[in-house]
Design a protein around this ligand. Structure first.
Ligand code: SF4
Ligand code: SF4
Length: 141
């Protein structure tokens, strides 16, 4: 597990007072994060967990605790919206929607994680088209 570190996104304009982050995520996702009892089932089945700096259950805990460094996490961008976690959660929490809500918080400030102009022609030829489709879906919400 890699430690969360700041990337080159300028997230200075995003601030939450106590309790606001979880409320915003709940409003955007329609999910009750307080229903999570941290069993870790979501993380155990996530196909990208090895590359994530926060596991999906940690993402939920950070949001509940108001730790907005979760917005700096790679995890929310690595999530491929595969819905495996959502299907397996014993509390019927749709984590996929929570990941999407966190991306939306950033994207609604017109902060784009991906700099398309920085993707080289070589990378464009080698990156699977599906990855681009997933990327564009994330960017348009
Ligand atoms: S599977 Fe559900 S209850 Fe368990 S940690 Fe993940 S979100 Fe929480
Ligand atoms: S939806 Fe995202 S967080 Fe959930 S299992 Fe799939 S990749 Fe992991």
């Amino acid at each position: 597990m890699k430690k969360t570190r700041k990337h080159d996104l300028n997230l200075d304009q995003i601030h939450f007072r106590k309790g606001e982050l979880v409320k915003e995520v709940e409003d955007l996702s329609g999910e009750n994060l307080f229903g999570c009892y941290q069993c870790g089932t979501c993380s155990a089945g996530c196909p990208y967990v090895d590359d994530m700096d926060l596991t999906p259950d940690e993402v939920i805990r950070y949001v509940i605790l108001g730790r907005d460094e979760v917005l700096h996490s790679k995890t929310i961008w690595l999530c491929s919206s595969c819905f495996t976690c959502a299907e397996r959660c014993p509390r019927d929490i749709n984590i996929t929607r929570i990941m999407e809500a966190l991306r939306q918080i950033i994207l609604r400030k017109n902060i784009d994680y991906t700099h398309l102009e920085k993707i080289s022609q070589k990378e464009k030829r080698s990156i699977p088209q599906l990855a681009f489709v997933s990327l564009f879906r994330k960017n348009i919400g």
